[in-house]
Ligand binder design. Structure first.
Ligand code: BES
Ligand code: MN
Ligand code: ZN
Length: 487
């Protein structure tokens, strides 16, 4: 990767100038000659700086000048800047440029929090270059374009610029894990990858196999996983960046490496992308990699109850009553509501064995959250409303969008079972995301708890203006910042 602050101003062979749609001026450049040249082109082509506008020309010095519109300056926000930067980098690449200099004038970026600007440029550089072509014969990985960021010294923030690069790299970790198909990524290989990443980034990993899971009493995890030839693994990752503190945050990421639905089998169309059902674990692993690399001052234990939800004569069945590590019995009414079963054992382990102070869990848990919030926002639920501002604050640093959904004692009754301690479905299709959260909450023993349901945002079949197609990586950075805030 090749990204740095530019050592000079407007000297590269390809320059990117951001324009906006307002009265005069529509852009800012320090160099008078360049200003005149750009103004001439803008007048000639009638450019207005609209969002999505992208034009280019060669100036007298034979530099390629790319003009990227950001829309009306009053509506300018960091997300638009991200999209504009991505567009610029991809345009320069499409024109076979060897280098590109992004000109970020004070007048443009002084509207934002400067730490965010520095971080987002670096993140966007990585997001723009993400490729997943491990499986396509003859495909070559395209070289990233050398990217220089022109920003005045007052607006540089080296720490945030570096953090953006670390997060960009961690995004690749998460996205690759999600994009690898389930025939290659199953509990055992997911665990191996976590272990390799632990060695590389500096966190400790422990892997429990199915027999060890049985010894610990993880009956819910084992019930979900038992129909598959790929047996479950329980992955524990520890990063202690704040040894002077006793406080430990526990994170459980859903790691269903493939979700067929089990005997409550999914229709074909719904199954197609279920390799992404370990997205929560990919975000947990990615966030811990980034925390470790940044030497962040927080103590985190991440766990993944990894398994494959498959069908066989040995499969668990709708109507079964299964046990769990907590000792609570669970009436299984739908084998496709498997994620919450695996999380039950994962969060119980965090609270009971590791004695964490706060529990976070993140999962592609319900189709219902996509119905409620679409593919734009992830949903979250907490048992302590004071924690909600921390989630919004973390999300706003990333331009990932989240929305709090409610939980209360009436919803909590929706997972009461007549014949067991709890059941794994709510009331039909009503408030399905909340029902799933209520189920998991039964296993957190009243610890402060934040539950993320990211089914809508973790993966995109159709593509997105900012995120890569397939795995988007969305939610990993929010989790990273949230863990720092919870420390
Ligand atoms: N993995 C799915 C949720 C999902 C749906 C993720 C779409 C990504 C895209 C989850 O295990 C599931 O199947 N949930 C069921 C629960 C229901 C049976 C109570 C659902 O949402 O339909
Ligand atoms: Mn399912
Ligand atoms: Zn699932």
């Amino acid at each position: 990767m090749s990204l740095s602050y530019s050592p000079s101003y407007a000297q590269a062979t390809c320059l990117v100038i951001f324009t906006y749609n307002e009265l005069e001026p529509k852009f800012h450049v320090q160099n008078n000659e360049l200003t005149t040249e750009i103004q001439d082109i803008i007048n000639k082509l009638g450019l207005i700086g609209n969002k999505g506008e992208c034009n280019y020309f060669y100036n007298k010095n034979q530099q390629l000048i790319i003009l990227v519109g950001l829309g009306h300056s009053l509506k300018l926000d960091t997300y638009r800047l991200r999209v504009g930067i991505k567009k610029a980098i991809q345009q320069a690449q499409a024109l076979n440029q060897k280098e590109v200099e992004l000109i970020l004038e004070d007048e443009l970026i002084n509207r934002f929090d400067i730490e965010s600007v520095n971080r987002l440029v670096a993140e966007t550089y990585h997001i723009s270059h993400y490729q997943f072509n491990n499986y396509k014969s003859g495909s070559e990985t395209k070289e990233p374009i050398k990217t220089l960021v022109s920003i005045s010294d007052n607006y540089k923030n080296h720490e945030a610029f570096y953090e953006g690069q670390v997060l960009g790299d961690a995004l690749k970790v998460s996205c690759d894990l999600i994009n690898i198909p389930a025939n290659d990524l199953y509990p055992e290989t997911l665990a191996e990858k976590a272990q390799i990443l632990g060695n590389e980034y500096g966190f400790e990993t422990t892997i429990f196999n199915e027999n060890q899971c049985a010894e610990m009493g993880m009956e819910a995890l084992l019930a979900v996983g038992r129909a598959s030839n790929n047996q479950p693994r329980f992955i524990v990752m520890k990063y202690y960046g704040k040894p002077e503190s006793d406080k430990v945050i526990g994170v459980a990421g859903k790691g269903v490496t493939y979700d067929t639905g089990g005997l409550s089998l999914k229709p074909t169309d719904f199954m197609e992308h279920m390799k992404s059902d370990m997205g929560g674990s990919a975000f947990t692993i990615g966030a811990i990699c980034a925390l470790a690399k940044m030497k962040a001052k927080v103590n985190v234990i991440g766990v993944v109850a990894a398994c494959e939800n498959n069908v066989s004569a040995n499969a668990y069945k709708p109507g079964d009553i299964i046990g769990s590590m907590s000792g609570k019995t669970i009436e299984v009414l739908n084998t496709d509501a498997e994620g919450r079963l695996t999380l039950a054992d994962a969060v119980h382990y965090l609270v009971d064995t590791e004695k964490v102070d706060t529990v976070v869990n993140i999962a592609t848990l319900t189709g219902a959250v996509r119905i409620a919030l679409g593919d734009h926002r992830g949903g979250f639920i907490t048992n302590q409303d004071e924690l909600a501002p921390l989630v919004y604050s973390a999300a706003s640093k990333t331009d990932e969008y989240m929305w709090q959904l409610p939980i209360d004692d009436v919803y909590r009754t929706h997972v009461d079972s007549e014949i067991a301690d709890v059941k794994n479905t709510g009331i039909g299709r009503l408030s399905g995301t909340i029902a799933a959260a209520c189920f998991v909450e039964r296993f957190v023993q009243e610890k402060p708890w934040i539950h993320f349901d990211v089914s809508g945002v973790a993966f995109t079949k159709s593509g997105h203006e900012y995120y890569p197609k397939g795995a988007t990586g969305r939610s990993m950075r929010t989790l990273y910042h949230l863990l720092k805030l919870l420390a």
